[in-house]
Design a protein around this ligand. Structure first.
Ligand code: NDP
Length: 438
């Protein structure tokens, strides 16, 4: 850990992500001296390749704008690099590295042949016209295209990158590479190689995982009160599936504040506001005056609930919020976002025997379905919604079992955080040894 801090100064989120994994791996390293001998830990925290580039573009008024683009190709032991692109003003190398590092373990869990990577830009899509978004995406891809490919590195969406952005990125890739390689990006539109159920996959998968975790403790989602942070892709489809299972979602949020609807969130309204109009969540109260809107980011965790699903961004739940949730009787946390709980919050939940579904396992349904999209692209076939959804459900059931078994095997029963880290690590470590010092 000291080495990681020294070699990657100022990258707090990356340090945090590595710390969480290394702590979980202690019993594994003790039991497997061969990993130490092969320098697996030193190698696994060092990205195979890091790319940073200038992204110049012109806004609608003709002003020159410059952003920074990133692609971190972290680990290709088990397959081509795979991971999303994030467009958000907070993006810098430390965020992309934390996301890429987590992606390596996450992609190892579903048993699919994909390595780990992540990318993005400090570009802020908020308030930009369609034309500006397109020009930015085209400029971004003009550099990125030389580093990606269906057998090399396959980006997808993340915060600020949805179907519209993937469309513009794919269009530019196709044009400048002079080839139609659908498998170069996932999260594509259905007309050009996208998979049914990919849009829903991360949120649905999260709820399938939480269902399995509750079921292992003789509980279910039915009639549970749920609070969800975020109102983006993951949050919306987690809400939909939770409601289908009979849970009551009482709050959702965006980066400015949260809505509270004690009668249960009307998801159609949220979809209209966020997916169609691209407006702020506070618009909700114009449609449902009986609901409340409150400013602030952390305040949502003061609401009493049985299950909390943080689906917005990293470090959303700190130790203080964790304690408030516990005092209010929370029984389970499902991490939809990447690293939404600080390491102190995770320890607080685990010490209080709160069930915690860790992001690397619980939100892996998105990337797993991206891998299914790649399979369909290779086969030049499209599977039905039901078929993909069924595969996704099976994958989440297996991920839960894998994480649960690994935790038990290494003396950390019911600690799914450790279980996911250990199970993800073992496959990568064994593969890295098999492939020699590369
Ligand atoms: P979206 O861009 O669709 O939505 C992000 C949501 O989170 C928005 O409601 C946004 O509010 C809110 N948000 C973003 N930044 C902040 C912030 N700093 N503070 C508070 N709220 C914030 O992204 P996704 O739903 O795709 O991603 C959400 C999380 O899930 C991320 O951590 C992502 O890495 C993770 N994830 C996503 C996957 C996917 O398939 N999309 C797969 C696996 C993980 P606002 O609109 O105001 O910015």
């Amino acid at each position: 850990m000291d080495q990681v801090k020294k070699r990657n100064p100022g990258e707090d989120e990356f340090h945090q992500a590595v710390m969480e994994v290394l702590e979980s791996l202690e019993p594994v390293i003790e039991r497997h001296p061969e990993y130490k001998k092969a320098g697996i830990l030193e190698r696994i925290v060092e990205p195979e390749r890091q790319i940073m580039f200038r992204v110049p573009w012109l806004d609608d008024k003709g002003n020159v704008k410059i952003n920074r683009g990133f692609r971190v190709q972290f680990n290709s032991a088990i397959g081509p690099y795979k991971g999303g692109l994030r467009f958000h003003p907070s993006v810098y190398l430390g965020i992309i590295k934390f996301l890429g590092f987590e992606q390596v373990f996450k992609n190892s869990l579903p048993g699919l042949p994909i390595g780990g990577g992540k990318g993005g830009s400090d570009f802020d899509p908020k308030g930009k016209s369609d034309n500006e978004i397109m020009k930015f995406c085209q400029s971004f891809m003009t550099e990125l295209y030389r580093h990606i490919g269906p057998d090399l590195d396959v980006p997808a969406g993340d915060i600020g990158v949805g179907a519209r952005e993937i469309g513009y990125l794919f269009g530019q890739y196709k044009r400048i590479s002079n080839s139609y390689r659908a498998g170069v990006l996932t999260g594509k539109g259905l007309n050009y190689g996208g998979s049914l159920a990919r849009k829903e996959a991360t949120g649905f998968g999260l709820v399938y995982f939480v269902r399995e975790m509750l079921s292992a403790h003789n509980s279910s989602l039915k009639d549970k009160t749920i609070v969800i942070s975020g109102a983006g892709n993951v949050a919306i489809y987690a809400c939909q599936k939770a409601q289908e299972y009979g849970a009551k979602v009482i709050a959702m949020s965006d980066s400015k504040g949260y809505i509270y609807d004690k009668n249960g969130i009307k998801l159609d309204t949220v979809k209209q506001i966020k997916e169609v109009e691209r407006k702020r969540i506070n618009e909700y109260i114009n449609h449902h005056p009986e609901a409340e809107y409150h400013e602030g980011q952390k305040e949502i965790w003061e609401l009493k609930c049985d299950i909390a699903l943080p689906c917005a961004t990293q470090n959303d739940i700190n130790e203080e919020s964790a304690n408030i949730l516990i005092n209010n009787g929370v029984i389970a946390i499902g991490e939809g976002a990447n690293m939404p709980c600080t390491n102190e919050a995770i320890k607080t939940f685990l010490n209080n025997k709160i069930l915690l579904a860790p992001a690397k396992a619980a939100n892996a349904g998105g990337v797993a379905t991206s891998a299914l999209e790649m399979s369909q692209n290779s086969l030049r076939l499209s599977w039905s919604f039901e078929e993909v959804n069924k595969k996704l459900d099976n994958i989440m059931v297996n991920i839960f079992k894998t994480a649960s078994d690994a935790a038990a095997k290494y003396g950390k029963s019911e600690n799914y955080v450790a279980g996911a880290n250990i199970a993800g690590f073992l496959k990568i470590a064994d593969t890295m040894i098999a492939q020699g010092l590369v």
